[in-house]
Structures are given as structure tokens and as C-alpha cells.
Design a binder for this molecule. Sequence first.
Ligand SMILES: [Fe+2]
Length: 479
Amino acid sequence: MASIRDYLFDSALLDQSLDYLAETLDLAVTVLDSEGTAIASRQAEGLDTPASRAYPFQFSSDIGAIVCAAATRDRLDQAEPHILYCLTALNSQLLRETELQETTEEMLQLSGQLNFLFKVAKKIIGIDDLKKCYQVILDEISRTTKADQGFIHTKGRWDEEIRVTHKISDEEVDATRDSICLRHTTAGSTIICTREDGASLLYSPIKEKDGQSGEMVFIRTHGHRAFSASEKQLVAIIENIISPTFETLRLYDSLQDLYLNTVKALAAAIDAKDEYTHGHSFRVAKYAMTIGGELGLSSQQINDLEIAGYMHDLGKIGISELILGKPGKLTHEEFCLIQKHPVFTDKILQPIKLPLHILEGATQHHERMDGTGYPCGLTGANISLFGRIIAVADVFDALTSKRPYRDALPVEAALRKLCDGIDSLFDREMILAFLSALRSEQSKEALADINMGLSYDDIHNLNQFLIELKEFALATARN
Ligand SMILES: [Fe+2]
């Protein structure tokens, strides 16, 4: 049994609609659930209603209908536009609330996954023994997925076999690796299968550039719940992130890339939601680092700036692809939802306890110097340094990339547009740093390294153009 009340966070609109239809239009109104049981009704006393019609709610599953009845069929026909109007309003409230619900669930799930990944990353940074790293990862995943047993079987630095186990004997590992359900696993992807004795297995290959180097297997013994699709998804994400790290570890004895790989993989997942923003986070991180370098930031700060750049649009995971890639004009509601993505980013990153300057960089890139930005309307130096840097990097990349509703702007036009926003939208110092950096690094090549698809106006000497633009920016400061 399902009813509209199960899906409405606030049922005021439903009650108001019922009152309106009953009192203003003289109808008898009943709300039915999916099994036809009345869950609400309105009817004036003594009203005789032989003519009736049912209006089902539009929803992904059956959640019932509104049934309206009147004294005559004509009366019902006259009332129908009003009934349909109320129904449309209720249907769109249902849609909004389910989208919000899905967004919240997706965010909570992502936040949980991120939390887990960072916990693992923190634990293994500093361990230089490969086997110990595998053990930490195995124990953490086993704990998170509530696996009774688990093992990783893979190759070491000299291609020797490495095996780490979690509450399982070597004999049982051999038997499981030999079990029929795993012997037929050739797809190279994460799967759930059932062992001959009824145990649930969650199998994930460890891949390297040249093929598969090993496997992780988690086991829920017979009688326990089988692994779920979301546990499989978590292990698949972890596998995607740690496989390159394992390879690096194995070949080069280095753990430096784990943290960055984690963040890059997440950024790529966000960018992939919208074909027009493909590679956006990567480019914003690079542009931001260029500005940071020109400002004389330390190498640690520049590394942190890169992480903040990768994370700056993380909150877009909570926004539908249909809105992100919409070719036409956004509705007011859609625009408001997009404006919430820094808030979503904040919610996702809060539990991870990142250094404050990284968090601020990721969440303040839409704040503007004059306070017209979002989500907080911060002004001037109240916006963090990282926020002001990433704002410039973000807008430059947005302007020079193709969007569903316009072509990419040439580099010169994009830089001019940025200069138009000096002091009102962007911090002058950040723009001057960007212009200087582009000049000093032989701008065309430097830019092409970050974005191969950049277009240019027909300016022979971009360097000269940048000098003029910088002088313009300095001149407006003197006036
Ligand atoms: Fe953004």
C-alpha cells in the first residue's frame, strides 16, 4: 500500500487543494491510496454526488488518485480545469520532493564513501611496507562492508605472490579462489556471487595497465545477508582508486599519489555528469595553481590549491544531469538548485575534516567581491584567498569552454571579460597574477597544455595583448 502522504514532506498543499475543490466547487473529494482505501476526504453535508471521476497522481509507481464527485456530469466538467490545476501542482510538488530526497540520499552515500576513502588514505600514508598497506585496506573494507572474512591476493614488487587475509585460513583462501563461481569470473569487473556452500562473495579485480594483477574477495558466510548492490558499488569505487595506487606502490615504492588519486577520481566522476564540463575540475585546478604560483604561495599551499580545485564542484553530484546539461534557459527553481552546489559541497566535505583553507576554496568560488555571489554573499577579503583564486580559474574555464547554450569564447575575449569584473566580481590581485603567469609561461603553450581546445582571436602577439590588458587592469586601479 502506498499513498501520496508517504512522499510529501509537507502535506499543506494537498489539504488546501482538497478544501478548495470541496468548498469552492461543491465537489465531494476523496484521496485514495494504491489499494483504493480512502486516506482523506472532503464533502459538504447532504451533497448528493452521482457523477464521479478519478484522477491518478503522476508518479513512478502507483500511489493512488483523487476522486472527485459532483451532483451532475456538467458540474464535474466545469470543475475539471480546477481539478487538473490542483493535480498539476501536487504532481510537481511530488517530483520536487522526490528529487530532493534522491539528492539527499546520493549526497549521504557519497559523503560516506568519501569519509571511508580519506580514512583509508590517512591510515596508509606513511606506511612504506606494501603488505601492511594491503592489510590496512583489507581490514577497513571488511569492517565497512561487514564481511565475515576477506583476502587480497596479488603481486609484490618483484612479482612474487602476496596474500593478506582477514579472519580466514590459507586453506579456505585456496578453496575460495578455486570455487566454481570465481573460476568463471573473467569479466574483470566487481561482482557478487554465491559460493557452492551458500556464502556470498564480493569479488573485485586489482587492475594494472598491463592487465589484472590480483583480486580482493570479501565473504559473508552462509546464513548471513548477501552483499548488496551499494556495497558492490563502494568496493568498485575503491578498486578504481586504489588499483593505480597499488601499481605505483608496487613499481615505484611511493605513496604520495593516493590522496590526489582519490580526489581526482571523484572530480572526474562529477565532471562526467555533464558532457560540457568534462575535464572542468582538472583545468580549474591547473589554472588555480598557475595563479597560486605567481602569487608566491608555498609548494604545500599550491598542492592544497590543486585539491580545492578538484573538489570545487563536488556538490554538483547532488544536481540532476538534466539540469546541469539543460540546453535552454533554466527556470528560477533550477537556477536556485544549481546555486546550492557549494552548500552541497560543504555538506559532503564537512565530515572529512579537511584543512579549513581547502574547504573554503572549494565552497567559496562563487562568492564575488561586491557581495553579489553565492551561497553566503561574502565580500572582499572576507572571501578566502583560495576562494578568490578559484573564482578566477573557474570563470576563465567556463568562458573558454563550450556550453549547451553558447560556443566557447576565445581566450582574449575571456580575459577581457574577467578584467571587466575587476574589483566588482574578482580580486584584482588574482587577475593580475593570472595575466602575469600566462605571460611568463609563454601563455599559448601553457594554456594549451591545460586545455587543448582553446580558441584565440586573430591576435599575433598574445604576449603583447596580455601586457596591454595588465596595464589596463593597473590603470583602473589608479583611477
Ligand atoms: Fe561551481
